[in-house]
Design a protein around this ligand. Structure first.
Ligand code: NAD
Ligand code: IPM
Ligand code: MN
Length: 344
């Protein structure tokens, strides 16, 4: 019996979490997957319930879990709160040592027309962003004075080495190419990043390493995204570039992710946020959450057949033209979820 902690969070979070769990419930008997769920308050919901975005009981349950599903947190209600929901997200990543954030980018056949890029530019696009998630400027000192401010970007060689190795291992199972993205023409952290990347590359002679400066990498993601196989980069660049990558499939609403540590429970979440602009209307695209459930089945539980079943059902639903509003359709979250379940 696998224990899955669920953190629905805020905004569209509870809506898409329900959708993901319905799909899990439907697929589980087909693959004899036995699990129990433990729903815990987190983010703004944690602040409302316990006065903290990462309540102690939530953190303890997460540490004991076999895997964690997280939907989304944050929202305008908390913009002026002394402790923001986002601090809970950063804290759980740090506490669970979730340093390796995997954000796959693939183009769905049925959605090709939605990409703002010309068809020939998105042809063959299939890459993974490997984002360092527990270091860098996110976790350095943040000092805000009245008329000056400072954020420290800090990386140790070991932090870079372990994320780099993950990227190379993922590349070995794919197109055998790693693009390491940095700003080594300016930043000391990036000079170290590039040096460690070169060292790690010698451990993986079957994988090609290329370096790309982050500004031109942002351009290539639009002009020639098919060039990428595995992209590895620091925390802040990975945050920005992975949202940029969502314009290739056409919406943030189809983008899942997995975050791994060394041996502890992994966490699965959409890359997008709580979408306050559409929350409570039942129109959010649930695919990002549903594909995060598929990633959980594959990467935490070795349930490849279950993961593929979900992915194929998503493809089929899109091919049938069942589309939420972000995809130009009219289907509700519930209708799209029901269709995916019917197609399992
Ligand atoms: P967002 O990702 O929430 O939304 C950006 C745009 O994408 C919005 O127009 C939204 O409607 C749309 N969108 C996102 N997910 C969608 C879905 N599943 N279906 C349809 N449309 C979708 O980014 P934002 O508006 O900049 O941030 C809102 C809040 O979310 C902020 O508080 C932010 O800090 C937080 N946030 C949380 C996470 C997380 O929980 N991991 C990630 C990013 C942002
Ligand atoms: C993400 C989000 C978070 C991040 C925010 C909400 C702190 O944008 O998961 O990409 O910047 O990592
Ligand atoms: Mn982000």
């Amino acid at each position: 019996m696998k224990k899955i902690v669920t953190l629905a969070g805020d905004g569209i979070g509870p809506e898409i979490m329900s959708a993901g769990l319905e799909v899990l419930e439907a697929v589980a008997p087909k693959i004899n997957f036995e699990y129990e769920l433990d729903a815990k308050p987190f983010g703004g919901a944690g602040i409302d319930a316990e006065g903290h975005p990462l309540p102690q009981a939530t953190l303890e349950a997460a540490k004991e879990a076999d895997a964690i599903l997280l939907a989304a947190i944050g929202g305008p209600k908390y913009d002026k709160a002394p402790v923001r929901p986002e601090q809970g997200l950063l804290a759980i990543r740090k506490e669970l040592n979730l340093f390796a954030n995997i954000r796959p980018v693939r183009i769905f056949d049925a959605l090709k027309h939605l990409s703002p890029l010309k068809a020939e530019r998105i042809e063959g696009v299939d890459f993974v962003v490997v984002r360092e998630l527990t270091g860098g400027i996110y976790f350095g000192e943040h000092i805000l004075n009245e008329d000056s401010a400072r954020d420290i970007n800090d990386y140790s060689a070991e932090e870079i080495r372990r994320i780099m190795r993950r990227a190379f291992i993922i590349a070995q199972g794919r197109g055998k190419k790693v693009t390491s993205i940095d700003k080594q023409n300016v930043l000391a952290t990036s000079k170290l990043w590039r040096k460690v990347a070169d060292e790690v590359a010698t451990e993986f002679p079957d994988v090609t390493l290329e370096h790309q400066l982050v500004d031109s990498a942002a351009m290539i993601m639009i002009t020639n995204p098919a060039r990428f196989d595995v992209v590895v980069t620091e925390n802040l660049f990975g945050d920005i570039l992975s949202d940029e990558s969502s314009v290739l499939p056409g919406t943030l609403g189809v983008m899942p992710s997995a975050s791994h540590s060394e041996g502890g429970p992994s966490l699965y979440e959409p890359i997008h946020g709580s979408a306050p602009d559409i929350a409570g209307q039942g129109i959010a695209n649930p695919i990002s959450m549903i594909l995060s459930v598929a990633m959980m089945l594959r990467e935490s539980f070795g349930e490849n057949a279950g993961a593929e079943m979900i992915e194929n059902a998503v493809d089929k639903t899109l091919n049938q033209g069942i589309l939420t509003r972000d995809l130009g359709g009219q289907a509700s979250t519930a209708e799209m979820t029901a269709s995916i379940i019917a197609n399992l």
